[in-house]
Design a binder for this molecule. Structure first.
Ligand code: 86X
Length: 701
């Protein structure tokens, strides 16, 4: 006999789990009707839980109903889904709420996998995202969205079995690829490909970005980084593959920054990736709060190691014991070392490619000096290197500043920072930091020397880091609704040549295009010629636009007759003709203009969104309009904590009242180094104290 279920709340769900031997742990939280709020609010203290998004859908033609359960970050493309379900591309829609409540016994914001148990008459088909299989823990609402149960992947399958539904398992990443495949590849499978068909508008659309930055920023971002071939997703959560299109950028930025470091007298070195527990925990204070993020190697093969060793989350505790060995006298100072490495931090916050990943690439610099003065100067010298890299390589403007006490690295006396702004979502991003560590670490690690007066003195230290996050920031700041927009200095390809040919003049045009190609290449321009025969020019234009190539050159019959090429600039769409005479120099100039033009555009967009506020109300109003805000501030940690709380609370209220605001708490990004003068007696915008400086506030990554 088949059992029938009726689950409507957490108690009934709990009973169901207990009756059927399904183990769960439960967290309570505020109601989370959307994926975004779910990711923000649902946290399990002791395990990493994969969250699911749930959609009740209908096929409006076939009158079928579906419950789709997908991993929270799976891109669900309705068109591709329709293809999978073998129905018309616009047939898949959201299901009606009365049916939802009648059959699955749940309301819109609380849909979950347990619902399917209520469908005793099998009116609903179950669709399950393949990515949910093989997960250790899955988070599922127990019929109400103010709680989440973590159940094992195996128990998810058990729930499905008990529901008596045969799930259709969907590999969404393949679905997307399918709709991205150019016509010719699909034709290949046919025995005798007919004459090449012209790509339809629809195909162009599929290849390109299908969502705007304004409509869904994170979906836009994931489309941009995958369709531009920068990132490939990977099956370890929080880890991503850097493809040549992004790794090439890292190589160029690395070369530039490394050159600046060397001008400052810094040398490269390499310290091991592993650290013993004893060394890592020596400096308890700076570790505080970070401990859960440390990844440990505990086994070799099947054997437990005698002592687990950690993978570096940063290298202070690896490098400073060696520094101590190398320094006796003031003549051994300064030590100015850098290393380019990978880093592992097992974060539990929602990962974002480049921006927050569990493994990332960076450089970390560590120095030791005889005097406070020299060390402090060095902190700013490095901060300038970072600012220069953003401004000159990435065409991204920065705000140089000092972190508030609450945002300062625990091991530092002060932390300097370069802060960036993403106009399309209103968030700030920390670009890089340079710390003055004072004598905090040198005292801990016995890093002392005999000074000129033959007295024992502890070294004054600095540390500083710049990571692959910078690539993500650049993508967010320059990218547009057609895809990536790359500044010429970092672009893997600076100029792409697309020959415009037809059957009659194919060879002749290709010959001219090859000549231009050779000329440009000879003058050091990173140029590529797209002479693939199986793609139409329109498809190629689209392809290289998504990939953000700064300049497209079109060479067709007319152009050759006039000894010209057609130039199209990616960042502003400007189109014009250039003579092939002196083409290299013209394009080198053009690339410089684009590099500068992108910077100017980014400065303007940022400055338009940087507002002043002297009162709390003005502050909240600017914040809700996704702006950065400069305020007079008292510089007290408790005041910043209050602002974080209050801004979170009040933006949520604004959202509940139907306003379209960005939610989440605001914090200081920095106290800008260039400070406007404060009038005598100016009050803090948020409390009763006197203001002591101007702070920059915003929501941030
Ligand atoms: C802070 C401080 C500092 C050198 C930099 O910001 C630049 C380059 N290091 C890094 N930090 C940690 O110290 C840390 C420690 C552990 Cl154990 C961890 F798991 C995560 C951490 N994250 C940041």
């Amino acid at each position: 006999m088949e059992t029938s279920y009726s689950l409507t709340n957490i108690d009934e769900t709990e009973k169901f789990c207990n009756d059927n031997g399904i183990e769960f742990s439960c967290v309570r939280h505020p109601p989370v009707p959307t994926v975004e709020t779910m990711i923000e609010e649902v946290k399990f203290p002791d395990k990493e839980v994969v969250l699911a998004k749930n959609l009740f859908l209908k096929d409006k033609k076939k009158k079928t109903l579906y419950l789709l359960v997908a991993k929270h970050d799976t891109v669900v493309d309705f068109k591709a889904l329709a293809k999978f379900l073998k129905t018309g591309s616009s047939n898949i829609r959201g299901g009606d709420s009365d049916k939802l409540e009648e059959i699955l016994k749940v309301k819109g914001g609380s849909i979950n996998l347990f619902c399917i148990l209520n469908d005793n008459e099998k009116k609903v088909q179950l669709l399950v995202d393949k990515s949910l299989y093989g997960q250790e823990w899955l988070g599922i609402h127990p019929m109400q969205n103010d709680a989440t149960f973590a159940i094992s992947g195996a128990d998810m399958e058990k729930v499905i079995t008990l529901s008596n539904h045969e799930p259709q398992v969907i590999n969404f990443s393949e679905l997307v690829v399918l709709s991205d495949t150019p016509k010719y590849k699909q034709q290949k499978k046919e025995k005798k490909p007919k004459k090449e068909k012209k790509a339809k508008d629809e195909d162009l659309h599929e290849l390109g970005i299908t969502i705007s930055r304004e409509d869904d920023f994170s979906l836009w971002y994931s489309q941009v980084i995958t369709k531009s071939e920068m990132i490939e997703y990977y099956d370890v959560s929080g880890c991503y593959i850097l493809r040549p299109w992004s790794y090439g950028i890292w190589e160029r930025v690395q070369r530039f920054l490394d050159g600046l470091f060397k001008q400052s007298g810094v040398e490269n070195s390499y310290f091991p990736i592993f650290v013993t527990e004893k060394a890592l925990t020596k400096e308890e204070d700076h570790l505080e709060g970070f401990a859960p993020e440390v990844a440990w190697v505990t086994k070799s093969g099947k054997t437990d190691m005698k002592e687990p060793i950690a993978i570096r989350p940063t290298s202070e505790t690896i490098m400073y014991p060696a520094f101590a060995k190398w320094v006796q006298s003031h003549r051994d100072l300064p030590i100015l070392l850098n290393q380019w490495t990978n880093i592992v931090r097992w974060e539990f916050k929602h990962p974002t490619p480049f921006i927050r990943t569990r493994e990332f690439l960076w450089q970390e610099g560590h120095t030791a000096h005889a005097t406070k003065d020299e060390a402090t100067k060095f902190v700013y010298e490095i901060l300038e290197c970072y600012a220069k890299t953003y401004e000159e390589m990435y065409s991204v403007p920065v705000i140089r500043g000092i972190k508030s006490r609450g945002e300062t690295f625990a091991g530092a006396d002060f932390t300097s920072t370069v802060e960036l702004f993403v106009p399309s979502n209103g968030r700030g991003i920390q670009g890089a930091t340079s710390h003055y560590l004072g004598q905090n670490f040198s005292k801990m690690f016995d890093l002392w020397f005999e000074n000129e007066d033959k007295k024992k003195d502890f070294a004054h230290q600095t540390s500083w880091g710049f990571t692959t996050r910078s690539i993500g920031a650049m993508i967010m700041i320059h990218g547009d609704n057609k895809g990536l927009v790359l500044p010429p200095k970092v672009a893997q390809v600076q100029v792409v040549i697309v020959p415009i040919t037809n059957k009659d003049n194919h060879d002749e045009i290709l010959e001219s295009a090859d000549k231009v190609f050779a000329t440009l290449k000879g003058s050091g321009i990173r140029v590529k010629i797209d002479d693939r025969k199986n793609y139409k020019p329109g498809w190629k234009f689209n392809h290289w636009e998504v990939k953000g190539v700064p300049i497209r050159l079109e060479i067709g019959k007319k152009d050759i007759e006039n000894s010209e090429v057609r130039v199209v600039r990616r960042f502003d769409g400007k189109k014009f003709q250039l003579s092939t005479e002196g083409i290299s120099q013209s394009l080198l100039d053009e690339l410089d203009k684009i590099q500068a033009g992108m910077y100017d555009k980014a400065v303007k967009e940022r400055d338009d969104r940087m507002k002043n506020a002297a009162t709390w109300d003005d502050f909240m109003s600017e914040l809700n309009q996704r702006n950065l805000i400069l305020t007079p501030w008292c510089d007290q940690e408790s005041c910043e904590d209050n602002v974080k709380e209050r801004s979170k609370e009040e933006s949520k209220q604004a959202e509940n009242a139907g306003e379209e605001v960005l939610t989440g708490s605001a914090k200081t990004l920095c106290k800008p180094i260039s400070q406007p003068e404060l009038a005598e007696g100016t009050k803090c915008f948020a409390c009763d104290s006197n203001a002591t400086s101007t702070a920059l506030w915003g929501r941030s990554y």
